[in-house]
Design a protein around this ligand. Structure first.
Ligand code: AGP
Length: 609
């Protein structure tokens, strides 16, 4: 595990930088902002305080926005800048940060999600505030404006007390030579150097200027002046902070101290899971999908690759929770097979990128045939997100490693929420146990991640094998498929996923002492049958790696290696069970010295057939 102070987990959406000092701010901010490009983004913007408060922002890459609008024309020595990864509202010029309020006196950049933005927006509109964007962030700008009576830091504190959710923010105001920054669940760092002060969501942005950092904690707010920093809590109580010196290089910091983006993204999952649930799960489910879902008679889920594995689990969830017949198809097959779909069908397409050519074509085919369509998508404003009638964003944040990890687990939670929402729409009561199990997933995933050293040791022991078999049953049969896909795409080892009961219909012929077999064998439906399958493998001297429930002692008799996962209900178990398989694939590929983040022949977004 990397140094705690370097972890940027929890800040998986956007990037913030700020500068105050004796030099012109815009060139410094531009360079700092470009240091955050590796994180992925869709828009960029900057606000600088001069005699006026000037803002430049647009969708596109930083260089494109700069070429079009010229950041250098912003004079002034105090400024903030932002790269946006859209979560609420499409990536366009209006929704890009910084945001202003009604009178244009302040500008604000924000990372995170404001959960209660819609209630706050209604309230502010009823008080006469006019909104310009579709973002959750804009409510913060208007709230600060509402509370401002001359005390800038006080107004920001009052605004933050009203919001629920996560934030890292930087704000400037026409009447004040300072930047106010604050955080809650989304990191904010302050860099100090003589008569200059910097701020950023990620140390890599400002490292070339200073290695001396102050790390804000949740619910802390700071006033940053040139060479002076004052930190308080939201109730005006001063807090003494230590200045810490960073001893890491840039590459380590960009990856949050992890060796690869894939590993960083695996470890981000507790936080990305919180993001997909945020504001959507309570006693009831609030998904804000457009149109009624209660009249859909059949659901067809189409997707490719890892997203197709989510779809298979989605079928299990929707049929068992919502009791609606559900089919799953590869997008590439669906689009060419004259599918019998029509107006009583809901076609759900799942895609991390929202740009996969086959999935987009399948969506268009479904629309042509009169079906209602829904996208379960990560990239906001992507082509599939725009084409679908309605949708659920999974809020996993940018996924840079080609092998999908955090997008997969967030897709699974989105499908759980969809299944519950469909049940609710049909007037049926919800099982509170499932709801609390879903809410408990981030902690359980965190618990599994803590076994990374043990999983690495297993990877070291089995990395030299050239074939693997992954077996699971029921809702964890797709977990076996996904585990095998992870291994083959990054380690180039041949791996097959199978429903465990199918083993005796063919794959059993492959088993000998040279074949590691990964069993998803946690307690739940089908456990006894999985144990029988393990006996069959053991009898043929196959090497068994078992994913097993904590406290299950029987399994030790059969398995050569056991990876323990916390007890869960079957319905949510695929989220917990895939974590050790992601780590196993990662450590095997890394041991082989392979380019884990960019495996050969693969692209992150497959936009061709
Ligand atoms: C996942 O690890 C793969 N790289 C790949 O199978 C991917 O899931 C597939 O190409 C679909 O992509 P999408 O979710 O962006 O549509």
């Amino acid at each position: 595990m990397p140094n705690k102070s370097l972890l940027i987990l929890g800040d998986i959406m956007c990037g913030i930088v700020g500068y105050i000092g004796p030099r012109k701010a815009s060139p410094i901010l531009l360079k700092c902002l470009k240091r955050l490009e590796y994180r992925g983004y869709d828009s960029a913007g900057m606000a600088v305080l001069n005699s006026s408060l000037d803002v430049i922002k647009d969708s596109g890459k930083i260089d494109e926005v700069d070429t079009k609008h010229d950041f250098s024309k912003l004079g002034g020595k105090i400024g903030i800048a932002h790269t946006r990864w859209a979560t609420h509202g499409e990536p366009n010029m209006v929704n890009a940060h910084p945001h202003t309020a009604c009178n244009g006196d302040l500008a604000l950049v924000h990372n995170g999600i404001i959960e209660n933005y819609s209630t706050l927006r209604d309230l502010l509109e009823s008080e006469g505030h006019t909104f310009q964007t579709d973002t959750d962030t804009e409510v913060l700008a208007h709230l600060i404006e509402k509370f401002y009576t001359g005390n800038f830091m006080g107004a920001v504190s009052k605004a933050l007390i009203k919001v629920r959710g996560t934030y890292g923010i930087a704000v400037i105001h026409r009447n004040h030579e300072e930047i106010i920054v604050a955080r809650n669940g989304s990191p904010l760092i302050i860099g100090v150097k003589d008569d200059e002060t910097f701020t950023a969501s990620d140390a890599s942005a400002i490292l070339e200027h200073t290695k001396k950092m102050i790390y804000l904690e949740d619910k802390e707010i700071a006033s940053i002046k040139a060479g002076k920093v004052t930190v308080k809590n939201l109730f005006d109580k001063k807090i003494d902070k230590e200045v810490e010196e960073i001893g890491w290089d840039l590459d380590q910091i960009e990856k949050g101290g992890f060796k690869h983006f894939m590993l960083k993204e695996i470890f981000e999952q507790p936080e990305s899971l919180r993001n997909v649930m945020r504001g959507r799960i309570g006693k009831t489910i609030k998904l804000s999908v457009n149109g009624t879902l209660s009249d859909c008679r059949r659901i067809i889920i189409v997707a490719c690759g890892t997203s197709w594995h989510s779809a298979l689990i989605g079928r299990y969830l929707i049929e068992s929770i919502a009791e609606i017949p559900t089919e799953v198809d590869y997008a590439s097959e669906f689009r060419y097979r004259e599918p019998l779909v029509g107006k009583n069908d809901l076609v759900v397409v799942i895609s991390q990128s929202g740009e996969t050519a086959d999935t987009l074509a399948a969506l268009k085919e479904a629309k042509k045939r009169g079906a209602k369509t829904m996208g379960i998508i990560n990239v906001v404003g992507s082509t599939i997100a725009r084409e679908a009638d309605t949708g659920i964003y999974i809020h996993a944040g940018p996924e840079i490693g080609v092998a999908s990890t955090k997008a997969y687990t967030n897709q699974l939670v989105a499908l759980m929420l969809l299944a519950l929402d469909l049940r609710q729409s049909n007037g049926k009561t919800l099982d509170s146990n499932i709801i609390s199990e879903i809410r408990g997933l981030p902690e359980k995933v965190d618990h599994v991640l803590k076994q990374n050293k043990k999983i690495k040791a297993i990877a070291d022991a089995v990395a030299d094998h050239s074939n693997f078999l992954y077996l699971g049953r029921g809702i964890n049969y797709p977990t076996a498929l996904e585990g095998a896909l992870k291994l083959k795409e990054i380690s180039y080892i041949h791996a097959e996923g199978y429903p465990a009961a199918e083993m005796k219909h063919g794959p059993i012929a492959l088993i000998d002492e040279n074949m590691p077999i990964v069993f998803i064998a946690n307690k739940g439906k089908g456990y006894d049958k999985i144990i029988s399958n393990m006996e069959e493998v053991k009898a043929r001297r196959g090497k068994i790696i078992a994913i097993a429930t904590e406290g299950d002692m029987d399994i030790k008799r059969l398995a050569d290696w056991v990876i323990r996962v916390p007890e869960t209900m079957d319905e949510v178990s695929p989220v917990v069970n895939i974590i050790p398989l992601q780590l196993l694939a990662y450590y095997i590929a890394d041991r082989k010295g392979l380019d884990v983040d960019k495996p050969r022949n693969l692209a992150k977004s497959v936009t061709v057939e």
